[in-house]
Ligand binder design. Sequence first.
Ligand code: ATP
Ligand code: MG
Length: 444
Amino acid sequence: MTDSDFAVAQVVFEDVYKSFPTRKGDRTSALAPVESIQVDPTPTDTTPQPKTQPDMMTVLRRINLTVEEGEFMVLVGPSGCGKSTLLRLIAGLEDLTGGNIWIGDRKINHLPPKARDIAMVFQSYALYPHMSVYNNLAFGLRRTQSQRIPKRRSPLVVMRNGCESGLVAATRLLPKPLRYRSKREKWIEQQVQQVAEVLQIESLLDRLPKQLSGGQKQRVALGRAMARDPQVFLMDEPLSNLDAKLRTQTRAQIVKLQRQLGTTTVYVTHDQTEAMTMGDRIAVMNAGQIQQISSPLELYNRPANRFVAQFIGSPPMNFIPVQVKTSRRLYHPQFSLNLPEVWSTLLQPYQGQTLTLGIRPEHLDLASQDPCHIPAEVELVEALGHETYLSLHLNHGSDEREPLIVRINPYQQVTVGEQLWFSVQLDKIHLFDNRTEVALRPNA
Ligand SMILES: Nc1ncnc2c1ncn2[C@@H]1O[C@H](COP(=O)(O)OP(=O)(O)OP(=O)(O)O)[C@@H](O)[C@H]1O
Ligand SMILES: [Mg+2]
């Protein structure tokens, strides 16, 4: 075995497209809303795009993404945006319509799945029912191991392996301490123990899958992929069958194990909390396109467009339409805001136009009555113990369907129906162009 067999690899998507044939009667188009928002952060429009056939539906469009060596990259986005399809393209379970995918220095467009050196965990796990947890974990490891053994072997090695497998077979039925374990089997045992320890399934190693709970089975499935030590891990919503507490625990265990192994990982979820807590970087997807690729905090603090702003953060950002009165003054029928100097150049061309003001729930503070403060009536009080969220009705002119959400100190007494005023933390606001939905960025 050479060092390069275990090298961690970069995964590169280069102008990747994927179309599926539309089925008769299927009127849903995954890409319908995309044309109205010009949000791609790295446009490469000069690249020739594959021609879309009339009976084909494009579900991934112009995907350019580099997952660095050893990086934990999360793909997040709403249901149907193309996350699983992207993962299946890396795994070789779907064919590309256009573009290239590289793992390390190998272009894998046409490589069969088993030659790609990846391990994938699906939402619906499948364990070998007749094998113990130990053997389920060791199974992939044995296969991967033997694939990696150099092709040319000396007659001595062949003879030794032959003797060893004979000894293993002959002693298999003896009590555990008396069984013969080859050097390779000892190595496998070490790997299995390490993974089992991190996933806290050591006590389950002798059980059969039918003797496990759903959550335990899920962790064995995860362990089986991780123990294989592939060049790339692909995980498609692997925690969705777990209850909330186990989900949080297993989330941390996956991150810990990934850091220990240093294996390049692409992890798919539609859960923004999972994305924020697990990813080194996150690629936010919508309707077949990548909207933004950034670190979790960068996404939260500097969303590139309104889609990312509303998708990342829970409860989500508030959006309020405002008119640009002067280059430093925003007007709403209920309040007006005087912005810091940094905005003036940027807002100059927008004078008289309407923009969307974005404010996160924690960037509004209870304040006195004032023309610069937002007046709103309390509709709901959600006390979570460590923090309280107010759901409020903003009088006139706002997007009436959406309540204003504000986070307040849990010790603050507030009652439903009460009229309150909120000051805005002006250095934390976001403004979005109403036509393109792109965020305006002042030169701070
Ligand atoms: N084999 C297929 N044939 C036709 N359309 C498909 C096929 N597989 C996926 N699609 C379509 O491609 C789009 C993206 O599907 P995909 O499974 O990648 O979404 P997803 O982001 O993983 O969603 P979810 O979060 O619900 O799992 C969907 O509109 C889906 O209906
Ligand atoms: Mg999916």
